[in-house]
Design a protein. Structure first.
Length: 184
């Protein structure tokens, strides 16, 4: 990976470009930089979710996911580099299976609501979907590995499932969308 930053205010981006991990420069509004930024925002929001009361095992799993997202940022910032693996995607599949096992089947749509931690998980889910879309867009214009796209797809599903788990952890349940609710 690239050199560690020892100086933060370099002024090298003043003209609207940023340096990538391979030493090349690209526009700050490029598809690659959008994808990197969305992944970074997701990682920050997961950090905010970690401020909430969480089951200890979930806390550790989220910290591992943060490390994966940092790896993904590294992969995205170095064209042609691979850091996200099939094993990381499989780990998310296993977490989905684990956390889905005790949840009742969904018969209705749920609202992104409930406990603060569950609501934060929904915020993370929506950012994850945006990051996934950015990675898909990048993949249409540049060659990138499939694993980052797959990882984000699984992670957004996991964050949805975790919102349900966290509502139960807080003593609540899913907040259901009411189709026939009277609207004022």
């Amino acid at each position: 990976m690239g050199n560690r930053l020892s100086k933060i205010a370099t002024r090298t981006g003043d003209k609207g470009t940023t340096g990538l991990g391979d030493g090349s420069r690209t526009d700050k509004d490029s598809l690659r930089v959008h994808a990197m930024g969305d992944v970074d925002e997701l990682n920050s929001q997961i950090g905010l979710m970690l401020c909430e009361e969480l089951p200890p095992a979930l806390r550790e799993e989220l910290i591992s996911i943060q490390h994966d997202l940092f790896d993904m940022g590294g992969e995205l910032c170095i064209p042609g580099y691979t850091m996200i693996t099939d094993a990381q995607v499989a780990r998310l599949d296993a977490l989905l299976e684990k956390y889905n096992a005790d949840l009742p089947p969904l018969k209705d749509f749920i609202l992104p609501a409930g406990s603060r931690a569950a609501s934060q998980s929904h915020v993370c889910r929506t950012i994850c979907r945006r990051a996934e879309r950015a990675i898909v867009s990048l993949g249409k214009s540049e060659t990138i590995n499939a694993a980052p796209r797959q990882y984000m797809n699984r992670l957004s599903d996991l964050l949805f499932v975790l919102s349900r788990v966290l509502n139960r952890f807080a003593g609540g349940s899913d907040v259901l969308w009411e189709k026939e609710r009277e609207r004022v």
